[in-house]
Structures are given as structure tokens and as C-alpha cells.
Design a protein. Structure first.
Length: 312
């Protein structure tokens, strides 16, 4: 008769059933290891994360990444630390629970430096961002996006017809929405830029797309809104420059309401989308209005000043 297997983690002892087969035992050990790593990674954090030093970039523990991925992320952080000057509210994206992180999108570089900075402060625990397939064609950037577990979105067509020949190479059997849903069901977080494209307007958000709102309502997973601000941007500037300094303000999770008939209706998705975009507008210091989101226009929603804790 096989003796029971005893597994200890974080000061606690758990006994596995004696009749476990080898594959079951390996699965159990992997689950225990994952929970132990998550428990070590979730620690009290200061309200504002400053720019990490070069020493911290190279020596901070990243327990959720393999050795090769750690090397890649550390070198990305050497670039990101020059642009991402602070992160507030990082505690809202800590831990192993699933969430949908929704941010505004003003520059192309954000697609690399913002996920890298957030993942770095999560100890290497990935956030699976939706990413346009065009970025996969950029030398170096494509490799980084693959290593960081992004969800490739091959729906758009490039303005350069020649590049569209490569589009089938990035088309997956499952659409991006389905991939995101599977990740959330596996308790992995997903990151989305609801505006759907780069918006260089420093004062106004685009109407946005309903994907994040629909995904949240269908899965019951909360949305964590976040606003990207540009503290060094001169007042009255018409466009956000590519290399502008970035502040990331992360808000508290928004729990989705229950749908009347189980499956969300268009009105319910639109209302939840409005709530999400309004909070992103507040956190990013921009305004948001319906514009083309619905048939009826809504007045612009002003961006009130952040509370003292967020504005620090």
C-alpha cells in the first residue's frame, strides 16, 4: 500500500490521498507551488511605485518567470524605467485572482513599456494584453510580445498592402475574445486598451469598443480601470509625443452587475462600457463622450481631479 504523500508550503502541511496516480500527484504539486509563489509575491506595497533603480531591475526576484524570460524582461525594464515614472494603485492588480485591466492608449510604445512595468511590479506574473498583429512584425518587439503571452488580434488591415500578406501567419483558430475568456476561466488576468487604437489626443478619449465590457459581463470578472497620464506634457499641445513620460493610475476594481437574462443585452453592455470608460477618463485626466457609440449622443464627461491618494 502506498503511504500518503505530505506536502508542506508556507508553514502549512497538506496530505495528499495515498491512491493518487503520478499525473495527479504532479498536478497537485504544481498547484501547491503556484499558490506558494503567489503568497510570497502578495505583500504590502506603497501607494505609489517609484522608478526602480538599475540595481533593482537586475536583482528583484521575478519568481513567476523562467530564466530566459527574466533576462528579456529585465532589459525591457531598462527602457521602461526611463518612461514610466510612477505607478499608483498597484495593489489593485496584485495576487493570483483574474481581472480585466482596461487602460487608455496614446502611444505605440505603451504596448511594450506599460505591460512590462506592471508585470515587473507583479513579480513576473503575466497580464495577457490584447495586441495588434502589426506589432508582431517589428523586429525585437514581436519576440517580446510573444514571450509576454499577449493575445494577438488579427482583425485590422494594415494601410500598407504588402504587410497584409503576413496577416495569416498571426491568425489563430480561436478568436481573441475566446482566448481571453479561456484565460480568465483559468484565473489569469487580461489587459485591454478599449479605445482600440492609438489616440494621441491629450484631452479626450475615443468612444471605445465593447469587448472589455462584454467579456466582464459574460464571465463575471471585475474590470480594473487605469489611466495613463503624461505629467511633462505642455498645456495646449495637440498630440501626445511618442516618448512622453508616463504615469499609470490604477483604480479600484469594478464588479460587473448581474444580467437580467443571463446573457448580457446590448443595452447592458453599453451601460457597463459607459461606466468603464468614465472611470478611465477620470483616472487619465481626459473627457469621454458617446460620439459614435450609440445613436443618441451624450454630453462629455469631465475628468475630475484624482483623490489625494491617487494624485500623489
Amino acid at each position: 500500500m502506498n503511504a500518503p504523500v505530505v506536502i508542506a508550503t508556507e508553514g502549512k502541511v497538506a496530505a495528499a490521498p495515498a491512491n493518487l496516480r503520478a499525473p495527479d500527484l504532479l498536478s497537485l504539486m504544481a498547484e501547491v507551488r503556484s499558490r506558494a509563489m503567489a503568497a510570497r509575491a502578495v505583500r504590502p506595497v506603497p501607494p505609489v511605485q517609484p522608478v526602480p533603480s538599475v540595481r533593482e531591475v537586475f536583482f528583484r526576484r521575478l519568481p513567476f518567470l523562467q530564466l530566459s524570460d527574466r533576462i528579456v524582461f529585465r532589459f525591457i525594464m531598462l527602457v521602461a524605467r526611463r518612461q514610466v515614472v510612477s505607478i499608483s494603485g498597484i495593489e489593485h492588480v496584485q495576487g493570483p485572482h483574474p481581472f480585466i485591466l482596461a487602460l487608455n492608449h496614446s502611444t505605440r510604445r505603451e504596448a511594450v513599456v506599460v505591460p512590462a512595468a506592471l508585470i515587473f511590479h507583479r513579480g513576473g506574473n503575466l497580464i495577457h494584453f490584447w495586441s495588434d498583429w502589426i506589432f508582431r512584425l517589428i523586429p525585437g518587439v514581436g519576440m517580446i510580445l510573444r514571450r509576454s503571452g499577449t493575445i494577438c488580434v488579427p482583425t485590422k488591415r494594415s494601410r500598407y498592402r504588402l504587410l497584409n500578406w503576413f496577416k495569416p501567419l498571426f491568425t489563430q483558430p480561436d478568436p481573441a475574445f475566446r482566448q481571453a475568456r479561456v484565460l480568465l476561466e483559468s484565473r489569469r488576468p487580461v489587459g485591454v486598451f478599449p479605445e482600440g487604437t492609438v489616440n494621441r489626443d491629450p484631452s479626450r478619449l475615443l468612444p471605445g469598443r465593447f469587448g472589455a465590457a462584454r467579456l466582464s459581463l459574460e464571465t463575471g470578472v471585475p474590470v480594473v480601470p487605469a489611466g495613463i497620464r503624461f505629467p511633462g506634457l505642455s498645456e495646449g499641445r495637440a498630440r501626445v509625443p511618442e516618448r512622453a513620460a508616463i504615469e499609470i493610475h490604477i483604480g479600484a476594481p469594478l464588479n460587473p452587475p448581474r444580467c437580467a437574462n443571463g446573457k448580457p443585452s446590448f443595452a447592458e453592455v453599453r451601460a457597463w462600457h459607459s461606466t468603464i470608460m468614465s472611470e478611465i477618463a477620470r483616472l487619465s485626466g481626459k473627457t469621454w463622450e458617446w460620439q459614435a457609440v450609440g445613436r443618441r449622443l451624450a454630453p462629455a464627461l469631465p475628468a475630475p481631479a484624482l483623490p489625494a491618494a491617487d494624485a500623489a
